[in-house]
Design a protein around this ligand. Structure first.
Ligand code: ZN
Length: 352
């Protein structure tokens, strides 16, 4: 049901109908997480999309019990109903895992072992990033994953982009080398890097909060700060930018070829057209544009053989970092880390 190297859209159930239309294309799919912890609502949404809509895009469900102030630990038992309903809906069965903190090897093993008992189950591994960044943790993780031999779906915790942290990209590549089918959930542009390096599927979140796992202490209790204004992807720099930053950069670099976009949301306008919308109105086109860019990039970087795709991805990251500097933006750390996966990265045109 999952074709290799699929790019999924990761959304909450209240966004699913809109996102399913965006994901209705070859090599794509939809991951639905509960909206405000309403697991029944997420199951009902998946059932509706499966049985009563005309949409045929592959669907996955992520219970996301590893997220939020009341997140569960890795040792928490799976909910048999959650697993059963996914199977009844004909979906791949993702475990409703709790959070695997740094050093919690027992929790990690417990998730993997319980998944081994689920036919074709996929172990969701919501990881503290130390599991990818620290050598001892990474060795334990890859050994345990190889031993279990079940498919895994990674979710990485970080305040911002986990792939901006040193060591995360290199750690991911080692996990992808374990020989088990691997998915990456709640990600952003690094999804494309993961697909180039052999991930079966990778899912890009619709909003900033769904593009990584926020550490518990950084989730505001009453959401007093409110959501941040939506960002979108600026294709030449392959990075998420606030619309206000895009608008400012355009003023100092008024080259029309740089700013216009032909996606369905932008329809040939310059990308800063969204500045005229308020934050709430902007959220949908910001993601529709980002999704169009991501699917276009996916088709461009995954057009060759495996070796070629990896080099092409690293070269694009180097180029995007160079363009960020040209525009006076700080280089997005993720771009540097992916650039450095190229075999001759020291000779690429950018220092540090
Ligand atoms: Zn666009």
């Amino acid at each position: 049901m999952l074709s290799a190297r699929s790019l999924f859209v990761y959304c909450t159930a209240n966004q699913a109908l809109r996102c399913a239309r965006i994901a209705e294309r070859p090599g794509a799919g939809l991951v639905i997480a509960p909206y405000r912890h309403d697991e029944r609502g997420a199951l009902a949404t998946a059932a509706y999309l499966r049985d009563r809509s005309q949409l045929t895009t592959p669907i996955l469900l992520d219970a996301a019990r590893y997220a939020g102030q009341n997140r569960l630990p890795a040792s928490a038992p799976f909910n048999p109903r959650w697993l059963r309903r996914q199977r009844e809906l004909g979906l791949p069965v993702l475990t409703d895992s709790g959070y695997v903190d740094g050093g919690d090897e027992a929790g990690l093993v417990s998730i993997l072992h319980r998944t081994m008992a689920i036919p074709d189950g996929i172990a969701v591994l919501p990881l503290n990033p130390v599991w990818l960044r620290d050598r001892l943790h990474l060795t334990t993780l890859t050994n345990r994953v190889r031993d279990a031999g079940v498919a895994i779906a990674l979710v990485l915790e970080a305040r911002g982009d986990p792939f901006g942290l040193p060591g995360t990209v290199a750690g991911l590549l080692e996990v992808l080398g374990c020989g088990v089918p691997t998915l990456l959930l709640r990600s952003d542009l690094s999804s494309l890097g993961a697909l180039c390096h052999g991930a079966v599927a990778a899912a890009v979140g619709t909003t900033g909060a769904l593009r990584h796992l926020a550490p518990r202490e950084s989730v505001p209790m009453n959401n007093q700060r409110g959501p941040r204004p939506p960002a979108t992807i600026f294709k030449p720099t392959m990075s998420y930018r606030r619309i206000s930053a895009i608008q400012r950069a355009k003023r100092s670099h008024p080259d029309p070829r740089l700013w216009s976009c032909d996606c369905d949301a932008c329809a040939g306008r310059d990308l800063d057209w969204m500045a005229a919308l308020d934050d709430r109105e902007r959220e949908v086109p910001a993601f529709e544009h980002a999704a169009a860019v991501l699917f276009a990039l996916r088709d461009e970087v995954l057009s060759g053989g495996e070796h070629q795709n990896r080099n092409s991805w690293a070269a694009r990251c180097a180029d995007a970092a160079y363009r960020e500097r040209e525009l006076g933006w700080p280089v997005t750390p993720m771009l540097r880390h992916w650039r450095d996966t190229a075999p001759n990265s020291v000779e690429m045109p950018l220092a540090s």
